[in-house]
Design a protein around this ligand. Structure first.
Ligand code: NAP
Length: 538
């Protein structure tokens, strides 16, 4: 049977994930008449917000912006209760979207995609799951999330621990009652910084094992002011449009025209104070050169260091909590409620595991090179195999050739973070080389899904069965992503943005730092030029 006689597959698109990316992909692609099916590892929708149920979990992009913009009715009718939505509310929202747009029947829950094989003779992907199912479709869309493969450091003795072990990214659905317990928390990234204050309120004692101090800004979270919500909703279309052409996909972020060193010390201090009182992650964008000029960055870093010193009563603890090894904003900035204040509590101890690394987990607790700590529970807030982890967790091959993991052994290579040369008809949602984790994820997800949906419509209209990124365009894009990153301070930090948190992961700056708006225009241009840089075959 040759390709033209081969029956068309029953599905047009198979999708990995039913988080915000997968849900919108199902909706959008179905709207244009495509037959789609999604596989989701969790037993429900919501992705990150399905798994991350640790105490204190909430989004640090404001609720009015961390939400879909594709439906005016949806954005008008949904009501957020707080400035920064807590995890249960975001999960309710994801469920509401799934029901409102009738998306559930496209999703197979509790099922992981393990393999995907492209057959060039028929231009189809055959996708296999851990439940033994195999489906074939013309296109394969991976929307598995940028921070979805939890990482647990391989400390010896983990299985010997007689208490309970948790990872923030796979938190028990029934919740955890830490009352009366001695709890150890490993990790002080965004997850640890959110969880530690809430755990400390409940537990008998908390020991925080910190390797690197992080910069954290106050959230000043509060109940959603009704007038603010009404104002935002009245101007929603314009706010969303502004977000779409902004650097971080967030309309409320500052759009500075000045550098930090262009103003007097006094003015800068005033601006920082006002920014601090506003709170949230937009703080690092107050001046245009904070993330590119070391001296400018120092002025902001020192301002925040002084805030930490003022909050923490014990000067030795304050010194340990004060970041000195990276420029502010070059590791993902954290946003907190009472994080630093928590170290003034009598039941909280900060341990420096940079000086005395964790040696092993013991039956009774945890031993550093200095001493053993007795614990009833250990919380790993140790992060993720970010950006590439979920994609490479699937064995992806074309005609039995090398896996995508082999192709990316020295670091991911993509064209626009959307496709990778040699793997036709495979689209990545917020893949490496796209702005993704440097932006409001929902803005970036919507842009990618809309680009993919326009692209699939175009391919349908032109009778094209196979689309593939060209190697020369991919190489140029990878170079561009690196060149832009090298104009900033980002690559200097040992962060998950560069893969530095995973032993053996190639050190490559993973997201595109050129800004969401600029990137959106590049993608639109590529489409306008008939998908320039892609090979299209009938
Ligand atoms: P993370 O930022 O990667 O932090 C992991 C922490 O674990 C770091 O403090 C790290 O120390 C520590 N760690 C890892 N291995 C260790 C070891 N062997 N010994 C001691 N310490 C170790 O992970 P995360 O906190 O889960 O956050 C990941 C990302 O998820 C965030 O950056 C953010 O993008 C997203 N997130 C967002 C929110 C929100 O919207 N509010 C909340 C949570 C997470 P080192 O720094 O020394 O490596």
């Amino acid at each position: 049977m040759n390709a033209s006689e081969h029956p068309a597959p029953a599905l047009d698109v198979v999708i990995v994930g039913a988080g915000f990316g997968g849900l919108y992909a199902i909706h959008k692609l179905r709207q244009q008449g495509l037959k789609v099916r999604a596989f989701e590892a969790g037993d429900g929708v919501g992705g990150t917000w399905y798994w991350n149920r640790y105490p204190g979990a909430r989004c640090d992009v404001e609720s009015m912006e961390y939400s879909y913009s594709f439906s005016e009715e949806l954005q008008q009718e949904w009501r957020w209760s707080e400035r920064y939505a807590p995890q249960p509310e975001i999960l309710r929202y994801a469920n509401h979207v799934a029901d409102r747009f009738g998306l559930r029947d496209a999703i197979t829950f509790g099922t992981r995609v393990t393999r995907a094989a492209f057959d060039s003779a028929h231009s189809t992907w055959t996708v296999q799951t851990d439940k033994g199912e195999s489906v074939t479709a013309r296109f394969f869309v991976v929307a598995g999330g940028c921070l979805s493969l939890p990482r647990m450091p391989d400390f010896p003795g983990r299985d010997s621990f007689q208490g309970k072990l948790y990872h923030t990214g796979t938190w028990p659905h029934e919740g955890v009652d830490f009352s009366g317990m001695r709890v150890g928390v490993i990790g002080t990234g965004s997850s640890g910084i959110q969880a530690i204050p809430r755990i400390a309120e409940q537990a008998r004692h908390v020991t925080v094992f910190q390797r690197t101090a992080n910069f954290s800004l106050p959230a000043w979270n509060k109940a959603m002011p009704e007038d603010y919500e009404a104002w935002f909703k009245a101007y929603y279309a314009a706010r969303r449009e502004k977000a779409r052409y902004s650097s971080a996909g967030i309309a409320n972020h500052p759009t500075p025209d000045k550098g930090a060193l262009e103003v007097s010390d006094e003015e800068r201090q005033k601006v920082y104070e006002a920014g601090w009182l506003h709170g949230g992650p937009g703080f690092t964008r107050i001046y245009k050169d904070i993330l590119s000029n070391e001296k400018a960055n120092q002025t902001m870093a020192e301002f925040v260091r002084n805030k930490i010193r003022a909050k923490v009563k014990d000067p030795a603890v304050a010194a340990l909590l004060t970041p000195t090894d990276h420029a502010i904003g070059t590791k993902r900035i954290c946003v907190d409620t009472d994080y630093y204040e928590t170290y003034n509590r009598d039941n909280v101890l900060l341990v420096n595991v940079r000086e005395h690394p964790i040696e092993q987990i013991t039956p009774r607790g945890l031993r550093t090179t200095e001493k053993e700590y007795e614990l009833d529970a250990i919380v790993f807030a140790t992060g993720y195999d970010a950006v590439t982890g979920a994609i490479l967790n699937i064995d992806i091959r074309v005609d039995g050739g090398p896996s995508l993991a082999e192709k990316w052994a020295q670091g991911p290579k993509t064209y626009l973070g959307l496709m990778t040369a040699g793997y036709p008809n495979l689209f990545m949602v917020t893949g490496p080389g796209s702005p993704s984790v440097l932006t409001n994820m929902i803005t970036s997800i919507e842009q990618h899904i809309e680009w993919i949906s326009d692209c699939l419509r175009y391919l349908g209209q032109k009778g094209i069965r196979r689309m593939e990124a060209r190697t020369d365009y991919e190489e140029a894009w990878v170079r561009h992503v690196n060149d832009v990153a090298d104009t900033t301070l980002f690559p200097r930090a040992n962060s998950w943005y560069t893969g530095a948190n995973i032993p053996g992961k190639p050190r490559v700056f993973l997201p595109y730092v050129g800004g969401h708006g600029v990137y959106r225009m590049k993608c639109a241009d590529v489409a306008f030029k008939g998908y320039e840089g892609f090979t299209l075959q009938p």
